[in-house]
Design a protein around this ligand. Sequence first.
Ligand SMILES: [Zn+2]
Length: 251
Amino acid sequence: MDIRRILGLPELLDVKKVICVQPHPNDNEVGAAGTLYELGRRGCEIVYITITDGSGSGSTGEIEPEAIAAIRRAERLAAGDILGVTKHITLDYPDMGSYTEEELLAKLIPIIREEKPDLLMTVDPWMPYEAHPDHIKTGKAVASAMLFSSNEVLFPGSKPHDVPQIAFYATSHPNTFIDVSPHWDKKIASILAHKSQFDNVNWPLVKGFFDYHAVQLYSKLKQQPDAKGYAEAFKLLTSHQLHLFPSALYS
Ligand SMILES: [Zn+2]
């Protein structure tokens, strides 16, 4: 039973407005830049919400958190320009800050109601072995915000909005594969826009991993072990599948 088909929901690349919520600057690019570039090319509005300022990175060469945050802000904007991001919203929590999932939920719901996206995108907080608290808190808060943006009883204050679909990237249980071969150079360029994170001696190794992973996903997409191309993968779920829906894991 394909619940998305029953509900008549559009394919991922046919949505008109997406909110992409990333724990740190660069997560959206690593997880979904090729898909985002294609969405932008098709006229989709792309709104970024960045939860933390990325000030916990030690690879900028700076020591003061404010200086690191400023570098990462500029890099985030440069990466967004490459992909056609139409709006940036920042919550500016400190990297690895003591903010709670509930705080995030309260901030995300009014934004979702205001922006009225037809797709949310974020990290998969249920990826086995994901150990970064910013990623776990962000992914869970976005999923909860999807459930409760439409509930004005629990969260009064603005007009409810029902978001029909959510796409988790960096997922271990993908059900949607997007061919991003034509945009692979754009993806790599958008990742390298985060110079402080990637433009260093480790880059060839890191890029090699990105390439290898994307080629593997492309093989799964084409169901041919030696297929040549690059893909990104998502766990695409409806709001119905985010509560009391055990088979969501296998959808
Ligand atoms: Zn991150």
